[in-house]
Design a binder for this molecule. Structure first.
Ligand SMILES: Cc1cc2nc3c(=O)[nH]c(=O)nc-3n(C[C@H](O)[C@H](O)[C@H](O)COP(=O)(O)OP(=O)(O)OC[C@H]3O[C@@H](n4cnc5c(N)ncnc54)[C@H](O)[C@@H]3O)c2cc1C
Length: 401
């Protein structure tokens, strides 16, 4: 009998069977073929052995150990999006990374969805040939520059960075904010408004171009490993820097839709880590002469987290089927992203309570994960904006303004 059934079907206190680590409530990986299962196993093993504990000190120090990215390139994580791997494999790989550290999964997610994916689908042959080989090996890093200091949620209408074509040169001027890897990337995908036709267009700009200045944003309470930057732009690039298919804001939408689905997988991985940590702590810490796990309130906390995780995992599993059928709508992606990050936040607060005072120490991981979840609740469209997208689809009424 599956251990989950053994535990749930016989509630008597004599039944002491405990689910084995790693906890896999729905065993989604069983739907993968043997090759992808093995690849996933390697990613999971690497993430747990070489990222999870090794990421705590960099998180405390707000630093990105770049050397930790190289092995991820060797595991194929620089080209998750473009290979022939299944959507389910890609999702489970994102979750496996997030289970070890959410910042590394954010770096890999943005890299695949918004950098490699954007260049692959919108870039010229020359741009693809120049940038993709290094990006796919993760020896080259990219930054996705959309958000601005004065325009976050209203970026589509408000984007103020300008691009003016004079002769065979684009002059790009403006400011960007929150740009992941803005300080360490070699290439930037920059979104700017063409002063000639008012359309938002996408450019590929080497970050050593004179006039590209990035300043690390410090004092973040989440995703502290992932370096975010304020970027000042006052530069000129050849006409060929424009990505030929990135000639309106709609061009970014497909990428953003895929990205929201990927953040759902981050929420799955983070919840898995929270449940692992809270359960292990509850089994090992004794109060009143008993393990915390023996108290009904603590079991309710663990079961609530397990329920959130199971719902999240099931939804993401189903979403990958829709993705494979080309039916991932913005409604589905937004609703999943918003709902799963909300559930992840709830589980983070619950796990933090199970750990008592240790719940606020980053060295016990839960506080680190909770901070990271707070950040993913906001990026790729804030919780509120994703709910408004869902609300508009449900009612036909736009409540944005
Ligand atoms: C850690 C991190 C990494 C990021 N990485 C990148 C990156 O690599 N590249 C990039 O371009 N951007 C990045 N972002 C930016 C991110 O996409 C924005 O933070 C996000 O879109 C929200 O914008 P904002 O922070 O300006 O919040 P605001 O737009 O100012 O929103 C503040 C609050 O107001 C609410 N709100 C806004 N408008 C409405 C409305 N009409 N109705 C109701 N409520 C509303 C929002 O839901 C939110 O709760 C990142 C952000 C973070 C935190």
């Amino acid at each position: 009998m599956h251990p989950l059934h053994a535990t749930t079907s016989a509630p008597e206190s004599t039944n002491t069977s405990v689910l084995e680590e790693p906890l896999e409530l729905l065993e989604l990986a069983r739907h993968l073929g043997p090759e992808e299962r093995e690849r996933l196993r390697q990613i999971e093993a690497h993430a747990q052995a070489h990222i999870r504990h090794q990421s705590i000190e960099p998180w405390n120090q707000e630093t990105l150990p770049l050397h930790m990215l190289q092995p991820l390139g060797e595991l194929g994580l620089g080209e998750l999006f473009t290979g022939d791997s299944s959507q389910l494999f890609q999702g489970l790989a994102h979750a496996a990374l997030a289970r070890a550290d959410v910042s590394f999964s954010a770096i890999i997610g943005i890299h695949n969805e918004l950098i490699v994916g954007t260049i692959e689908s919108l870039g010229s042959t020359e741009q693809r040939q120049r940038w993709l080989p290094g990006l796919k090996r993760l020896t080259t890093l990219g930054a996705f520059c959309l958000t601005e200091p004065e325009h976050g949620s209203d970026i589509a209408g408000g984007l103020a960075t300008s691009a003016t074509l004079e002769g065979d040169q684009w002059h790009i001027r403006g400011s960007k904010r929150w740009i992941g890897l803005g300080t360490v990337a070699e290439v930037a995908v920059i979104w700017a408004r063409d002063t000639a036709d008012g359309q938002i267009k996408g450019f590929l700009v080497p970050t050593d171009t004179p006039g590209y200045h990035a300043q690390k944003i410090t004092h973040k309470t989440g995703l502290r490993i992932m370096q975010n930057a304020e970027v000042e732009l006052d530069l000129s690039v050849p006409a060929s820097a424009l990505m030929p298919k990135a000639t309106s804001f709609a061009a970014t939408s497909e990428g953003l839709r895929g990205s929201r689905a990927w953040v759902g997988w981050q929420a799955v991985g983070a919840q898995q880590a929270l449940l692992d940590l809270a359960r292990s702590y509850a089994l090992n810490r004794e109060q009143f002469g008993q393990p915390l796990a023996a108290f009904q309130l603590v079991q309710t906390a663990l079961a609530t987290m397990a329920g959130n995780l199971a719902v999240s995992t099931a939804l993401m599993g189903e979403l990958t089927r829709l993705q494979e059928e080309g039916r991932l709508t913005m409604l589905r992606a937004s609703l999943a992203k918003a709902t799963l990050t909300r559930l992840a936040r709830e589980s983070a607060a619950t796990a933090r309570d199970v750990l008592g005072g240790n719940g606020i120490l980053s060295t016990h991981e839960v506080a680190k994960i909770a901070g990271d979840i707070d950040a993913i609740y906001t990026y790729e469209g804030s919780y509120g904006i994703n709910m408004l997208i869902a609300g508009r689809a449900l009612t036909g009424v736009s409540a944005f303004v």
